[in-house]
Design a binder for this molecule. Structure first.
Ligand code: SF4
Ligand code: SF4
Length: 376
């Protein structure tokens, strides 16, 4: 009988983003996980991908620049040339001067970081079964791929962590091809599993510092979590992250599907935890969501117990009229109105929230009916 796969997940308590402290914490996590893959004969390239997609003009959360910078310093000290991958539009799309607004420019200048815009390098076409994906070119060139997701809630997958962030390895210009296929949490999870199979990040470091919120920053929040979580197994990272937000890991479609496909370890019992006790992980948090009147509803300690019943609404004030959401909708439930802004046709909408995911302006809000919200 074969031995069960045991994954190591290293967890470090971390409140705030002091650069020296972050680097010391990450050094400790890397020592637990280290598996250098430096190939002799040429300078090894490490592709580091922070989560920038969580930042929207409406706020939200992405990977803190000091975490990205500290990972880059640690990899350089191990002999790697480091490229920071990002996939924002050439003109910044709805995000404008993202580097300055989110604090990235100062760490790029301070640490002389090399930034690689996925939209400006040729993509790599790859297929999994009948599905074709266009991955960022540097994914195929890198000797080491390091993924730096930010822990957030996700309307389809519950947890936006290690697996959800893999979609950011597809340049934004190619993502509508993928979004058109997404019609449910299951199909979204299946896309993430394809990407996990194709990319297989060598190391994942999850920024779970501070509160955990929805992308837009207001609909749900829990915390503060105040952890850095690292592993060579991104599925195990999501299992630990789910526990920390009070969610049973098997509620997360991508975790279930990854375990079924043998692509990672989804069982807490056979995850080797370093720096965290199982009992602390099982602590329950209170989830909070806002109802239509703007009041906060507490879910108690049971976390999310029902599949979310969320539907999109368009914030016309934020909408730039780019029509990405109209292209991404698999059921033609979005059309362009007289003011050049999208209109949602409730009868056709299946609640897949591909429109929410692809909107770079943060103009699509995912709103639940009060009856669908967890009750106190
Ligand atoms: S709501 Fe649709 S059209 Fe408006 S900015 Fe977002 S993706 Fe573009
Ligand atoms: S309008 Fe409805 S069906 Fe269309 S992408 Fe958005 S959530 Fe999915």
């Amino acid at each position: 009988m074969s031995e069960p796969l045991i994954s190591t997940v290293a967890v470090a308590g971390q409140a705030g983003y002091d650069p020296d402290l972050i680097e010391r914490r990450l050094e400790g996590l890397f020592q637990v996980l280290d598996r250098p893959r430096i190939r002799p004969g040429r300078p090894p390239l490490a592709l580091v991908k922070p989560d920038l997609e969580g930042f929207t003009s409406a706020g939200g959360q992405g990977t803190h620049p000091e975490i990205t910078a500290a990972v880059a310093r640690l990899l350089r000290a191990r002999g790697y040339r480091v490229a920071i991958g990002e996939s924002l539009d050439r003109n910044g799309g709805g995000r404008g001067d993202w580097r300055r607004r989110w604090g990235y420019q100062s760490v790029i200048d301070r640490d002389s970081l090399e930034v690689c815009n996925f939209n400006e390098s040729p993509g790599v076409a790859v297929s999994v079964g009948p599905h074709r994906y266009y991955l960022a070119g540097p994914v195929g060139e890198a000797d080491l791929v390091v993924s730096l997701p930010k822990l957030r809630f996700h309307p389809l997958n519950h947890v936006a962590g290690a697996l959800s962030s893999l979609i950011d390895f597809i340049p934004t210009c190619h993502r509508p091809l993928v979004y058109r296929r997404i019609s449910s949490p299951q199909t979204y999870g299946a896309v993430l599993i394809d990407l996990l199979y194709l990319i297989q990040p060598d190391i994942t470091v999850l920024d779970a510092v501070g509160q955990v919120r929805d992308r837009g920053g207001v609909d749900r929040s829990v915390g503060p979590i105040n952890r850095l979580i690292a592993s060579t197994d991104p599925v195990a990272v999501d299992v630990v992250a789910s526990q920390l937000t009070g969610l049973a890991p098997d509620r997360v479609a991508s975790t279930r599907l990854a375990a079924d496909a043998g692509l990672g370890n989804a069982w807490l019992e056979i995850i080797r935890l370093v720096g965290e006790s199982r009992s602390a992980l099982r602590r329950s948090y209170q989830l909070h969501r806002r109802n239509g009147a703007g009041q906060t509803i507490s879910s108690g300690t049971a976390a999310v117990t029902e599949e979310p019943d969320l539907r999109p609404t368009i914030d016309i004030g934020r909408c730039t009229g780019c029509r990405d959401c109209v292209s991404a909708c698999p059921t033609q439930a979005l059309t362009v109105g007289g003011d050049c802004r999208p209109v949602v046709h409730a009868g056709k909408c299946i609640g897949c929230l591909s429109c929410h995911d692809c909107c770079r302006a943060g103009a699509v809000r995912a709103v639940g009916s009060t009856s669908a919200l967890p009750q106190a």
